[in-house]
Design a protein around this ligand. Sequence first.
Ligand code: PGA
Length: 249
Amino acid sequence: MARRKIVAGNWKMNKTPSEAVALVNELKPLVASEDVDVVFCVPAIDIIPVVEACKGSNIEVGAENMYFEESGAYTGEISPAMLTDAGVKYVVLGHSERREYFAETNETVNKKVLKAFEHGLTPIMCCGETLEQREQGVTMDFIRQQVKVGFQNVGAEQAKKAVIAYEPIWAIGTGKTATTEQAEEVCAGIRACIAEIYDDAVAEEIRIQYGGSVNAGNAAELFAQADIDGGLVGGASLKADFGKIVNYK
Ligand code: PGA
């Protein structure tokens, strides 16, 4: 079974609401595709105008984070129901920047993954090693732990629909992309880990993206790998280049 590719932009903390609408209007014709799922993951305050601007296009909108409670006294947080009501379909969870600067752990990421599924949101769960871990040879041990805890109590049917983004921390925003071999090796390892937790059917269906300095020049080779089902794209998702990444073939 051929998995459908998914290319998601991660805007991070960039673009005011009016800038966001202008960017969507610029990119909309460039990211048109019948073969690839296209997602724009945008800052919370941009979600409503971006959903509006994407109407009638092939673009789905994602959030960059959400909280794992339904509602209540959690000043500053965004609930899953707020996202679905606004028209959001995907949510990035456990990005390395959130783990590093906002103290997210495998356990809180797991709570968010479960809550996202409860609300019909597709999680894009991020994992990835530091340069130090890679040099120590513990990359796969570390990532297996992130995946195992992140998917705790997630049912097989839900797991099939999930997206995992493998993003080596040393490759994010550095212009230093993992080699195709490095990226494929870990993505294949993640798929094997999913097969262990569930079974081959789930491993065959789950989509695994590579992220970390993906650009118009390297997307085609990365996305051609057997276990790489698309990309999570930061810097290059804010430019016309994103159209070339979506239409990488
Ligand atoms: P980058 O970011 O493409 O700018 O390296 C990727 C990400 O953090 O998702």
